[in-house]
Design a protein around this ligand. Structure first.
Ligand SMILES: [Cu+2]
Length: 187
């Protein structure tokens, strides 16, 4: 598998956990994804972006720590990990990040993620029995990337509306340590 597609597939898996609106009831495979992230926009093809924003990951902060976009704008994010540890760049509200952190903690417990990398073999396992992990790899709705030390990854996102949006790393402990920034959505 191409390294980049692993990253995209990985983050798609990470984001597949049920959002707050779905936590109470079972939801069929594939139906909840759009709702989980629709409030903050939608994924886009990298080729559709007219502007690129570059972000560096460090242990444990982002540079820059504020990003400015416009509602309706499609941005290609190019994210480089300059640190010694695995980091994530994920777009979401504070509530979405809080939910996502639970999933990331489970992935770390199961060894799919380590402090410094992604275990590709464990990522291929059947995760259906793990809480918050009821969807498989390969969904094409990434709102972020996981980047190993020394690597660079990219993805594109279309910002639909003005919401209180953050970009964050939800690897256990990193958000609390300061790996969070603000996305200012203008008109
Ligand atoms: Cu991090």
């Amino acid at each position: 598998m191409h390294p980049k597609s692993l990253l995209i597939a990985t983050i798609a898996l990470l984001m597949a956990g049920p959002g707050p609106a779905f936590a109470a009831g079972g939801h069929g495979h594939g139906q909840a994804h759009a709702h989980d992230t629709a409030a903050i926009g939608r994924p886009a093809a990298v080729s559709a972006a007219r502007r690129t924003i570059r972000v560096e990951m460090h242990d444990n902060h982002f540079t820059p720590d504020t990003l400015r976009v416009k509602a309706g704008e499609t941005i290609r994010f190019v994210v480089t990990n300059k640190g010694d540890f695995l980091h994530e760049f994920s777009l979401g509200t504070a509530a979405m990040h809080a939910e996502h952190q639970k999933t990331m903690a489970v992935m770390m417990e199961h060894g799919m993620l380590t402090p410094t990398g992604i275990d590709a073999e464990r990522m291929k396992m059947d995760h259906s029995a793990m809480p918050g992990m009821d969807h498989g790899v390969g969904h094409d709705h990434a709102n972020g990337v996981l980047v190993e030390p020394g690597k660079t990854a990219d993805f594109a996102w279309t910002f639909d509306k003005t919401v209180d949006l953050e970009f964050a790393c939800n690897v256990p402990g990193h958000y609390e340590a300061g790996m969070v920034g603000t996305v200012v959505i203008g008109r």
